[in-house]
Design a binder for this molecule. Structure first.
Ligand SMILES: [Zn+2]
Ligand SMILES: [Zn+2]
Length: 344
């Protein structure tokens, strides 16, 4: 059963919290339990409900201890560790969207563990008779002319008469490479450097039932820069005429493209609550701050030039912007104090 299917079985969306999962499971069990429900479907439903609950439970992660700044990319070689109960540390690189909104990921890898067939010895027990000397420990000497013939120590078994046969499963190495796979649900709001722990019971998901520690990393985003205060920043060029005309434009957000109205003269726009979650699993989010840079095409069409000339002419009769007015007054006052060189 896929993880999405498991949520659907409990009638929940994939981002449901652990508490919601538990509540839904309790409700369904009390309805479908064969003690209370005599219908033929009840037993089958109970099986599916419990399967879904188990699947979701197995994929949940908890907050882990700090693994330190540098975790290895794959599991460190720990040949002496027995496979069950061991800890595998992994980096998990998430996009900003996945980290902010939560996601389900399948973590796959390989780990080496003692060979199950030979219990790590690399040899097959019991020892077998040496094939070179038939277990005698000595072989006839090659010196044929000596009588009686002498026997020398067998080099195949160093005289013991016994040899270790290599384990076929691991070709005598004593170690086996084991693939593992674990489905984990990452809650929304995880940060860089967070360590999440998926504990135990990976059986049926690849044979590794140890503890998985996931060090969260963020992939760089093509548009967004995350601030420590939960804010998200984006700088984008906009068409200068659209900016002058207070037009609507499309801006990228964590949840996809969104319409935003430009305001002539304004460069910075704050979209409240569209940044990163302030806490893990929290619903409060920081702000999304968009900084626009109005830009114009290098060459304008004749029609655009003519329209601009009309616009400039129309502006002549209109009151100027306060900053322009102040500037003109200061300029005139300054010009009056200059020696009048050009008066005819
Ligand atoms: Zn072996
Ligand atoms: Zn031998």
């Amino acid at each position: 059963m896929s993880i999405d299917r498991a949520y659907a079985e409990l009638g929940l969306p994939p981002d449901a919290s652990d508490a919601q999962v538990k509540a839904a499971w309790r409700r369904l069990v009390s309805h479908w339990h064969p003690d209370r429900n005599a219908s033929a479907e009840a037993a089958r439903r109970m099986q599916r409900i419990n399967g879904a609950y188990e699947q979701i439970r197995l994929s949940s992660v908890t907050e882990g201890v700090d693994a330190g700044p540098e975790g290895p990319d794959s599991e460190p070689p720990e040949p002496s560790d027995p496979a069950p109960g061991r800890t595998v540390r992994r980096k998990l690189r998430l996009s900003l969207e996945e980290a902010a909104l939560g996601c389900t990921r399948v973590v796959r890898g390989r780990l080496s563990c003692p060979c199950a067939a030979c219990e790590g010895s690399g040899a097959l027990a019991p020892e077998a008779a040496c094939p070179r000397c038939d277990g005698a420990g000595t072989v006839p000497s090659g010196l044929w002319f000596i009588w009686p013939p002498v026997r020398s120590t067998c080099s195949g078994c160093d005289g013991s008469g016994l040899v270790h046969r290599s384990c076929l499963a691991c070709e005598g190495r004593g170690q086996q490479s084991l693939r593992y796979q674990r489905t984990v649900r990452i809650p929304g709001g995880v940060r860089r450097g967070d360590v999440l722990v998926a504990d135990g019971a990976g059986e049926g998901q690849g044979g590794f039932d140890g503890r998985l520690e996931l060090l969260i990393e963020w992939r760089p985003h093509p548009f967004f820069v995350a601030g420590d205060d939960g804010s998200l920043r984006c700088e984008m060029p906009v068409d200068g005429f659209a900016w002058l005309a207070d037009a609507w434009i499309e801006v990228p957000t964590l949840s996809g493209l969104q319409q935003m109205r430009l305001r002539r003269g304004r460069h910075v726009y704050r979209l409240r609550g569209q940044g990163l979650p302030l806490q893990r699993r929290g619903s409060t989010r920081g702000d999304f701050v968009v900084t626009v840079t109005p830009s114009f095409a290098e060459s304008l069409s004749a029609e655009q030039q003519s329209l601009l000339a009309q616009l400039a002419a129309a502006a002549q009769g209109q009151p100027a912007a306060a900053a322009v007015r102040d500037w003109r007054e200061a300029l005139q006052a300054w010009a009056r104090q200059q020696p009048s060189a050009s008066t005819a």
